[in-house]
Design a protein around this ligand. Structure first.
Ligand code: KIV
Length: 286
């Protein structure tokens, strides 16, 4: 299916040092993963944002490990080459190191992921150490961490004051010290992202934090007009698949009701003699 070379951790580190910048996109199903494979996306994140984009919840909190594994398996089938990251859902790692290792292991064993991602700073250092010690690469996630939106004051810019920014800079260092292989920064000021990137020994990916990072992430559904509730400022739309599909569905309704669809080339006939025989058989049963 694909001629691409597998994106490995070494590839990410080569690109961090020498470019080109890394591309990362969320993905939740086979057909979109197939398209991302063809487009050469480096890092594919099966995000727990699927709770909102796919399942229609208002937050990521109701997402389960079963949801994540099922979707990650489908995505892996569509993109064999990307560096595939499974997002640890709410309460799959917060309770203990042991539960974190067990659930992280499921992403690797059952879905063929290359790494897992978890949210949080220095308070997650012990989880990062435990999962890394099990041989599983961990991506950190700082700034706006949606699973903690309630305690962060909602989905809003983080690290605006010097003191809050300093905490994020220190958290990035603590995660690196604990063993993360990459860190995602979400919705913090561009200069704070630049500072963290300069100091970092691991690739930094930005979601809404400006251009200084080693790579960029966007949520697939925001990129293509597929999330009806809102489009955040940080999301650039690269096409409007949502509009295309809505127009197509309206046309389908019109064609069915106007007896345009199905056209003769889309269904199958029966030979006259077989049809006559069928009619005869039915008649003789009466
Ligand atoms: O679930 C997700 O898609 C994420 C992004 C918001 C970074 O964690």
């Amino acid at each position: 299916m694909s001629e691409r070379k597998k994106v490995t951790l070494s590839v990410l580190y080569e690109r961090m040092a020498a470019g080109p910048l890394l591309t990362m996109v969320t993905c939740y199903d086979y057909p979109m993963a197939y398209l991302q494979e063809q487009a050469g996306i480096d890092i594919v994140l099966v995000g727990d944002s699927l709770g909102m984009t796919i399942l229609g919840f208002d937050s990521t909190l109701p997402v389960t490990m079963e949801d994540m594994i099922r979707h990650a398996q489908a995505v892996r089938r569509g993109t064999p080459s990307a560096w595939l990251v499974g997002d640890m859902p709410y309460m799959s790692y917060q309770a203990s190191d042991e539960s974190a290792v067990r659930n992280a292991g499921r992403f690797m064993a059952e879905a063929g992921c290359d790494a897992i991602k978890l949210e949080g700073g220095r308070e997650m250092a012990s989880r990062v150490r435990a999962i890394s010690a099990a041989g599983i690469p961990v991506m950190g996630h700082l700034g706006l961490t949606p699973q903690s939106a309630a305690s962060l004051g909602g989905f809003r810019l983080q690290g605006k004051s010097a003191a809050r920014a300093k905490k994020i800079v220190d958290d990035a260092a603590a995660l690196e010290e604990a063993g993360v292989v990459a860190t995602l920064l979400e919705l913090i000021p561009d200069r704070v992202c630049a500072l963290i990137t300069e100091r970092s020994g691991v690739p930094i990916i930005s979601l809404g934090c400006g251009p200084a990072a080693h790579g960029q992430l966007l949520i697939f559904h925001d990129m293509f007009g597929l999330y009806p509730k809102f489009t955040p400022k940080m999301a650039k739309q690269f096409g409007n698949a949502g509009q295309l599909i809505a127009d197509g569905l309206r046309q389908y309704v019109a064609e069915v009701q106007g007896k345009v669809f199905p056209e003769p080339e889309r269904y199958f006939g029966m030979k006259d003699e077989e049809y006559a025989e069928l009619a005869r058989m039915l008649k003789s049963e009466k």
